[in-house]
Design a protein around this ligand. Structure first.
Ligand code: GAL
Length: 384
């Protein structure tokens, strides 16, 4: 078992709380005091939500590799999108002597107990991409600018429909267009940022009649897809087509916040006779996305899915490693946002990364030239 970190590695608030309690916490063995601990002596627990999406596999691998390159021992676990499994895995990481935790939550509200356990063992917690809510014991948050992701998705929908050009100027189309709205899992804080960001762009055009949500389902609760499941999105799209488009009308665009959902939505549309491509006689609806998952990048390349939002998970991993290293050295990680992410108990200092919109024309420059995917992977739709 590796050494626990000393007070110097903790956030000021946490250290004060513990000092006021008159002890170092259950696991405190003195650690490395003010100098921090050597990477070689530290174990970092990395808890990821699921392996059903390639993005989380890439996240886990990137974080592990980069931490190991710095000399840390890494305990990486995936929780199968099952909340009790994730809770148990984190408890076990703590029991087995983790010094720092990096956690991408399945349900952002379900980990308070684990985080209390971490705090009483002097273990700093870095919330990874998804904010852990309702807990004082989240020390840092690394993510992308999630409101900007939503805005980019709204803009990509308008661009795909021809209502706007890339630079935001008016496009050649005037509408009105029928659209439908999808949102992520309501237990994921990000889902609200994505939806609100997108509605920030779309609502004015809904209000002036350029965009028509024919189903009338415009609230996030109506649009949400539990656990971001592709099959659930496909079923909802099928239901929408049956209930709102059985009069010969067509859906022109679909706001989708994540590539997995986009693929379910596209399947439903194709089964109903749309496409297969955006330039078919009965064209595929303009469907947005997020994560640049390889199966969706192929669909974009093939002219089926309109766009995705690229979030470079290699850079996110770098920020997670930087945050963990700062804690290990007894410092505070560097935040670039200390206002936006209120988890219900406190505003969590955050590092936000920028995002990029990808249409077919951007695949080469954004995804292939950067080494994120190879041309072969894009052509096959599978990662090597
Ligand atoms: C969100 C994340 C998105 C997407 C989604 C589904 O929390 O920010 O990028 O991956 O989960 O996995």
């Amino acid at each position: 078992m590796s050494k626990r970190l000393g007070f110097a590695a903790l956030s000021a608030g946490m250290a004060l709380t513990l000092a006021a309690c008159g002890g170092e916490g259950a696991g405190g063995s003195g650690g490395a005091g003010g100098e921090g601990a050597a990477a070689e002596d530290l174990t970092i627990g990395v808890s990821m939500p699921t392996q059903t999406s390639e993005r989380w596999i890439a996240d886990g691998n990137n974080v592990k590799e980069q931490l190991e390159a710095e000399g840390y021992t890494v305990d990486l676990q995936y929780a199968n999108d099952d909340i009790p499994t994730q809770s148990q895995q984190i408890d076990q990481m703590i029991t087995e002597g983790a010094d720092i935790l990096v956690v991408a939550a399945i349900d952002g509200t379900a980990l308070s107990g684990q985080l209390e356990n971490a705090a009483s063992n002097n273990i700093p917690v870095v919330s990874y991409d998804r904010l852990i809510r309702d807990s004082e014991n989240v020390d840092f948050y690394v993510t992308f600018d999630n409101f900007a992701v939503g805005q980019a998705q709204g803009n990509a929908l308008l661009q795909g429909l021809g209502l706007r050009n890339e630079d935001g100027s008016p496009g050649t189309a005037t509408g009105p267009f029928n659209i439908e709205l999808f949102a992520g899992s309501l237990d994921d804080n990000n889902a609200f940022f994505f939806f609100n960001g997108a509605m920030d762009v779309l609502q004015p055009l809904i209000d002036d009649g350029t965009l028509v949500v024919k189903s009338g389902q415009t609230s996030i609760e109506q649009a949400a897809i539990l656990r971001w499941q592709q099959e659930t999105a496909q079923r909802r799209m099928e239901d929408l087509l049956t209930s709102a488009y059985n009069d010969g009308s067509r859906v022109d665009g679909v706001l989708s916040p994540y590539d997995g959902l986009s693929r379910g939505i596209i399947t439903a549309l194709q089964n109903a006779g749309y496409g297969p491509t955006l330039d078919a006689a009965n064209p595929m609806a303009v469907v947005t996305g997020q994560d640049a998952e390889i199966a969706s990048v192929k669909l974009i390349n093939d002219g089926v899915q309109s766009s995705t939002i690229f979030k470079d998970t290699r850079l996110l991993a770098e920020q997670a490693v930087a945050a963990a290293s700062a804690f290990a050295e007894g410092n505070e990680p560097e935040a670039n946002d200390t206002e936006t992410y209120d988890n219900g108990v406190k505003v969590v200092p955050s590092y936000l990364l920028p995002v990029e919109t990808v249409f077919a024309d951007d695949i080469q420059s954004v995804l292939i030239d950067s080494g994120y995917w190879t041309a072969d992977e894009v052509a096959s739709g599978q990662s090597d």
